[in-house]
Design a protein around this ligand. Structure first.
Ligand SMILES: Cc1cc2nc3c(=O)[nH]c(=O)nc-3n(C[C@H](O)[C@H](O)[C@H](O)COP(=O)(O)OP(=O)(O)OC[C@H]3O[C@@H](n4cnc5c(N)ncnc54)[C@H](O)[C@@H]3O)c2cc1C
Length: 146
């Protein structure tokens, strides 16, 4: 961002230097929302940084938590315990759309399937029949079975 100046009628004029071709773009707006909080690199988050430093976790090319194809962080295995991560904190890993609502659902499904493969107690793979049964329970306003 090159500059922010006051424009006509209480507007703000923002000049942005476009990359890679140097050209200046001018934006006229009523408000600017400061979104610096959206920096999701592990280094920028005290909780994730502590986790990375403490367990020497590898980061992906985006500087975020590196996960396996099933979204597990294998370095955090503890006995039968498993640790899975998804979303903004893992963008740049094996699943490109992980930082989206659909991506979060896919990651959750893959993580649960992975836990089921490891014979986690009371957890079963999601088959079409099981999915139908749970959906019928949802329609009948009954709690899902484990
Ligand atoms: C403007 C915008 C529009 C979007 N539109 C879409 C869309 O239309 N469709 C779509 O699929 N995706 C969209 N996305 C992407 C979607 O919002 C993200 O994929 C999703 O929110 C990621 O979820 P998350 O849980 O990984 O991270 P977040 O939603 O960012 O949640 C992380 C949470 O952790 C909290 N937190 C951070 N540090 C700490 C700490 N130290 N202690 C405690 N809490 C902490 C934060 O406050 C935050 O609530 C959009 C994103 C943006 C920014």
């Amino acid at each position: 961002m090159q500059s922010v100046e006051r424009g006509p009628n209480d507007t703000l004029v923002t000049r942005i230097l476009e990359q890679p071709m140097p050209a200046t773009r001018e934006l006229h707006a009523d408000f600017i929302i400061d979104a610096t909080g959206l920096d999701a690199r592990a280094e920028a988050n005290p909780l994730l940084k502590d986790l990375v430093d403490c367990y020497h976790l590898p980061l992906n090319s985006n500087g975020r938590l590196q996960v396996a194809n099933d979204f597990e962080i294998p370095q955090l295995r503890n006995g039968t315990g498993r640790f899975y991560a998804a979303g903004a904190a893992t963008l740049g890993g094996p699943y490109a759309a992980v930082d989206s609502f659909l991506g979060l659902q896919y990651a959750a499904l893959q993580s649960v399937e992975s836990l089921a493969r490891h014979h986690t107690p009371h957890l079963h793979p999601l088959t079409p029949w099981r999915s139908l049964g749970q959906w019928l329970k949802w329609i009948a306003n009954r709690p899902p079975s484990s």
